[in-house]
Design a protein around this ligand. Structure first.
Ligand SMILES: *Cc1c(COP(=O)(O)O)cnc(C)c1O
Length: 343
């Protein structure tokens, strides 16, 4: 085993290593130049993902930041705006790309404690047709958001409202497979109501690289122009597309195990009096750690072979490379640390 695999890495679900079976699929991929549309493995992945989620077409791109930006730039033009949560990735964690590269104004709106945007806020923030205002074109939601799952009823209500007001709808579905598994619905059901969706293959699904953008055929064709301009035109990308396809075929339903491991981890950590754990809904959860404990805890965990982003408000993430035994060992390490810290 490589040194990598001996770490328990709870920083993110992006840290997974491709499995032997995934690497075999990559090695066997038949490839071509995808800028010419010639890569059979990329074409297969795009068709497979589109069908799986119920869209006419799909586009493979190097990252979710790029698929989201392509979606925003295809839905909105210069001087348009999109409605988005204050905590959303497409607003807060993508470097302001929509504004910087797309000349698109975000209209951020406070997220409710459950991660949703209140329907009254969606309606209230849509600007009248008046030359003083940017043109409100799009509602962008995220599911899961910070590990929280939006309800199916809410998603249908929010997207119906947006459509009734003449807006398009985009889902940042980086972890929409986690949402579907948690809500017990099909992938098609989970994205119902959204004109377009971006799905990350390199998060909990365990592929090394890539996201897909799914939507109508003409939308995806227009989006490919932006993808090229943004530097996302790839050549023999079938090598990574094959890994992504393997991930979609084998690693969706097993996300339930990641959720169970997160529940187990949260249960155990919740027994430690110094920690205030917010119970997980999926594979990501948060807890409060006494500020004075953070630095020694960081050092202790590193000695124990546990990687975590330690801080007063700490995020923990389970994934494909975290087993039940890893979760239990992590709980034991935290208990040992706080036992000594208390003394
Ligand atoms: C990770 C993530 C993305 C895309 O991230 P990349 O690192 O660019 O692939 C988009 N939205 C959410 C919610 C994410 O977690």
């Amino acid at each position: 085993m490589s040194e990598h695999n001996t770490w328990i890495d709870l920083r993110s679900d992006t840290v997974t290593q491709p499995s032997a079976a995934m690497r075999a699929a990559m090695a066997a991929a038949e490839v071509g130049d995808d800028v010419y549309g010639d890569d059979p493995a990329v074409n297969r992945l795009q068709d497979f993902a589109a069908d799986l989620f119920g869209y006419p077409a799909g586009m493979f791109a190097p990252s979710g930041t790029q698929t989201n930006l392509i979606a925003l730039m295809t839905h909105c033009g210069r001087g348009d705006e999109y409605l988005v949560g204050q905590e959303a990735h497409t607003y807060k964690y993508e470097g302001g790309g929509a504004a910087v590269l797309g000349s698109i104004q975000p209209q951020p709106i406070a997220n409710q404690p459950d991660g949703s945007i209140a329907l009254a806020d969606i309606e209230g923030y849509i600007k009248p047709d008046d030359m003083h205002f940017a043109r409100t074109r799009l509602l962008a939601l995220e599911n899961t958001i910070g590990g929280r799952v939006l309800g199916q009823d809410y998603l249908l209500a929010a997207t119906s409202l947006a459509h009734a007001k003449g807006l398009a709808t985009h889902l940042d579905g980086a972890r929409v497979c986690n949402a579907a598994v948690r809500n017990g619905v099909s992938l098609r059901e989970a994205v119902k109501g959204f004109d377009t969706v971006s799905v990350c293959l390199s998060k909990g699904l365990g592929a090394p690289v890539g996201s897909v953008l799914l939507g109508p055929k003409d939308f995806i064709e227009q989006g490919k122009r932006w993808r090229k301009m943004l530097g996302g035109g790839m050549r023999q990308a079938g090598v990574i597309a094959a890994a992504a396809q393997h991930a979609l075929q084998h690693n969706v339903q097993r996300l339930a195990e990641d959720h169970e491991n997160a529940f187990e981890l949260a249960r155990g950590l919740g027994e430690i009096e110094e920690l205030n754990v917010t119970p997980p809904q999926t594979n990501i959860f948060w807890m409060d750690v006494p500020a004075a404990a953070c630095e020694p805890l960081r050092q202790f965990l590193a000695q124990q072979g546990i990687r975590a982003t330690v801080g007063p408000r700490m995020r923990l993430v389970t994934h494909l490379d975290i087993s039940r035994a890893d979760a239990l060992r992590t709980v034991a390490a935290f208990k040992s640390f706080f036992h000594d810290w208390r003394a």
